[in-house]
Design a protein around this ligand. Structure first.
Ligand SMILES: C[S@@+](CC[C@H](N)C(=O)[O-])C[C@H]1O[C@@H](n2cnc3c(N)ncnc32)[C@H](O)[C@@H]1O
Length: 206
């Protein structure tokens, strides 16, 4: 149990939304949804004390970028300390909705994966809709948005993604749904770019 994480939960129960970080089994399961065989751009919403982040950073190749968005100031400071020597990792004390601005500032066209640990289910409807749209737009074609949550209610809102797959994962306190939302390679939802003739002006990053 992370003492800092529990303290922050006591301070901001609705924002932190969990009394303890994800379990080791959960971290491994979520990590298994990502392919690390190439350099990747990955964003993480709500890394907390960094349990998924450390596992991702261990597997992430050189030339990759990992962008962390954490609202809690103490948890952010701790993440900045943990990753101070890792030039691939950028830690922002910011709302997840800042992702497009930071991508633009860094000159990055899109993410391969966006991982979310934030309590989406308690976001107001409008905030949820806007964050989902920004998340979709920030993914490169073929990229995936991966979330773990106590409920699976986001599936009914995240209809802009072309494919979604969920599993109920019991080896965590509390058990959670892990859902992978995929953004298709092409605008018509085809699974591979070759399946659809592209207009001459089409951009690879939308
Ligand atoms: C349930 S905890 C998950 C922590 C960690 N990812 C884990 O699996 O143990 C949610 C985290 O999201 C952060 N958070 C909540 N809303 C956020 C938002 N809109 N943008 C960025 N971080 C947010 C909280 O401060 C907290 O650290």
């Amino acid at each position: 149990m992370s003492v800092l994480f529990f303290k922050r939960f006591l301070q901001r129960p609705f924002q932190v939304a969990s009394i303890c970080p994800s379990s080791k089994a959960m971290v491994e399961r979520v990590g298994s949804k990502m392919d690390f065989s190439e350099p990747r751009v990955i964003a993480e919403y709500g890394p907390g004390e960094g349990v998924h982040t450390r596992a991702i950073a261990r597997r992430l190749g050189s030339g990759s970028t990992l962008l962390l968005f954490e609202l809690d100031p103490d948890l952010t400071r701790d993440l900045q300390r943990q990753f101070a020597d890792d030039s691939r990792v950028h830690v922002f004390h910011a709302d997840a909705a800042q992702l497009p601005d930071e991508l633009a500032r860094l000159g990055i066209s899109g993410c391969d994966y966006i991982l979310s640990g934030i309590p989406f289910s308690i976001l107001e409807k409008d905030k949820k809709r806007i964050l989902l749209q920004k998340t979709y737009d920030a993914l490169r074609p073929g990229g995936s948005f991966i979330i773990y949550q106590v409920t699976n209610e986001l599936r009914q809102h995240a209809t802009l993604f072309q494919h979604a797959e969920s599993e109920y994962f019991l080896q965590n306190i509390p058990p959670m749904f892990i859902t992978v939302f995929d953004k298709a390679h092409t605008r018509n939802g085809a699974s591979h770019p070759a399946a659809m003739p592209q207009p001459a002006h089409a951009s690879a990053t939308q």
